[in-house]
Design a binder for this molecule. Structure first.
Ligand code: 5RP
Length: 256
């Protein structure tokens, strides 16, 4: 019997189960896109398979400094985005995912480059613990908007006009704002009633002058793998199966 509540199982157990399932999709010779967060365990698992000689000629493109560093540490050959024409498969974590595979990213301020990596990939696999699945995006997390530092005030006014509540993200172990890998700032925008139309809001935010990109990703994920506790184990299933079997909803692509 599948249990929907997280208790003694830590986040890492879910992330490890997701990583092990993810690497089953990798074949020798592939160019792999690497996201952030729990993807670090995918990097570690890939490193093991390469070390054991089970995978060969893997090239990795990392979406941020952290994933590139980890990839090197675990023996993966890394290249820059500009060095490849396309990416066979990308793996990434997520902050929230809705029943239609729309994503909310940006908790680690890396979404702008992640979206470029997705745009180059044939297949985009999203890894999510069951707590990340929401009926409506924006339920728990704000939308992360990467903004040119000189434009935070005009952008904030436009975000308020869209119904949002903006707040510049502060650094945790440094005074002042978070500065992204690209040298910009992050404005976190909460939408008190959640996000009704993710694709529309993604576009409406991105046309504001001074915005680099925002953390809504609509219509891009090929597949979302969801980790759920199943008795004493962790079961990994597709989002469609999770929504129907675990949450008891009938999956419908556009009506939820
Ligand atoms: C970073 C993100 C997410 O915060 C990240 O992917 C979440 O991953 P995890 O919960 O596995 O750490 O989009 O920009």
């Amino acid at each position: 019997m599948v249990c929907y509540f997280m208790d003694w199982l830590t986040q890492d157990v879910f992330k490890l189960a997701l990583a092990k399932k993810a690497v089953e999709l990798v074949k020798s010779g592939m160019v792999i896109g690497l996201g952030t967060g729990g993807t670090s365990l995918v990097i570690e698992e890939l490193g093991k398979l390469i070390g054991e000689g089970k995978l060969k000629d893997i090239v990795a493109v990392g979406a941020n400094y952290h994933s590139r560093l980890l990839a090197k540490q675990f023996g993966l050959r890394t290249v820059d985005l500009n060095d490849v024409d396309n990416i066979d498969i990308v793996f990434d974590g997520v902050d929230e995912v809705d029943f239609n595979k729309n994503l909310l990213k940006g908790g680690e301020a890396a979404h702008t480059v992640q979206k470029v990596v997705y745009s180059m990939a044939n297949v985009c696999i999203i890894l999510a613990e069951h707590t990340k699945v929401v009926h409506r995006l924006g339920s728990k997390f704000p939308v992360a908007v990467e903004v040119l530092p000189l434009a935070t005030s005009p952008v904030s006014r436009r975000l308020i006009a869209l119904g949002g509540v903006p707040e510049i993200r502060s650094a945790l172990r440094k005074d002042g704002p978070v500065i992204t890998d690209l040298g910009n700032m992050i404005i976190d925008v909460s939408f008190p009633n959640g996000i009704q139309n993710p694709a529309e809001l993604e576009k409406n935010i991105n046309v504001i002058p001074g915005v680099v990109d925002n953390g809504i990703v609509s219509g891009v994920a090929t597949s979302v793998l969801v980790a759920v506790r199943d008795g004493g184990h962790v079961n990994v299933m597709n989002l469609e199966e999770f929504v129907e079997v675990v949450l008891g909803w009938r999956y419908a692509t556009s009506t939820l």
